[in-house]
Design a protein around this ligand. Structure first.
Ligand SMILES: Nc1ncnc2c1ncn2[C@@H]1O[C@H](COP(=O)(O)OP(=O)(O)OP(=O)(O)O)[C@@H](O)[C@H]1O
Ligand SMILES: [Mg+2]
Length: 168
């Protein structure tokens, strides 16, 4: 009789859904995740125009220890913020086309152990991203925003666990 393969240990906690009432609540939730972040982490921010992706990035940066202003990188594609132990890369790929991917050296950034990446409009770059990343999906909900979080491995699981640790 051949022994059955052991079931793999769960790599990440299951998805979480929250409603943020007001932009400060979006920031506060994001700050919890940012406070847990480390170099090498990747967070995809997906959602329609005006769903709160940049607002989320502002809270995340605050939680990660950045004291300054975080503005939308829409026209710059990327903005970088120096943290104590890592660099926060805030990307907005809305205007990036697949054919331009090789010109912007994103793969190096995703693979940089000192880079924390927050990616608005991540679709175009998904195929060059590491598998283990936190997916955040934002949507409008009657004057508020619905935030859906899913982790796909131990690294993003650690970020997601920040939301399960206590009262939000
Ligand atoms: N939880 C919330 N409840 C209500 N309004 C919110 C909430 N979170 C963010 N907003 C508001 O939504 C608006 C759009 O936010 P933001 O610029 O962050 O969206 P975005 O997804 O980055 O947009 P874009 O697609 O243009 O980059 C802002 O006015 C912000 O204050
Ligand atoms: Mg934005």
């Amino acid at each position: 009789m051949t022994p059955k393969a052991a079931r793999p240990a769960p790599q990440a906690p299951g998805p979480i859904e929250l409603v943020a009432r007001g932009e400060e609540e979006t920031r506060r939730i994001a700050a919890l995740v940012g406070a847990r972040s480390r170099g090498g982490d990747i967070v995809c921010l997906e959602g329609p125009l005006g769903s709160g992706k940049t607002t989320f990035a502002q809270g995340f940066a605050r939680g990660a220890g950045f004291k300054g202003q975080v503005a939308s990188p829409t026209f710059a594609i990327a903005r970088r913020y120096k943290l104590r132990r890592a660099t926060l890369h805030h990307l907005d790929l809305f205007r990036l086309e697949t054919k331009d991917l090789p010109n912007v050296a994103l793969e190096e950034t995703f693979d940089d152990a000192k880079a924390i990446c927050l990616v608005e409009w991540p679709e175009v770059a998904r195929r060059i991203m590491p598998e283990d990343r936190l997916e955040v999906r934002l949507s409008h909900e009657a004057g508020a925003r619905r935030l859906f979080f899913a982790a796909s491995g131990p690294r993003s699981g650690r970020l997601l666990a920040a939301l399960g640790d206590g009262p939000l």
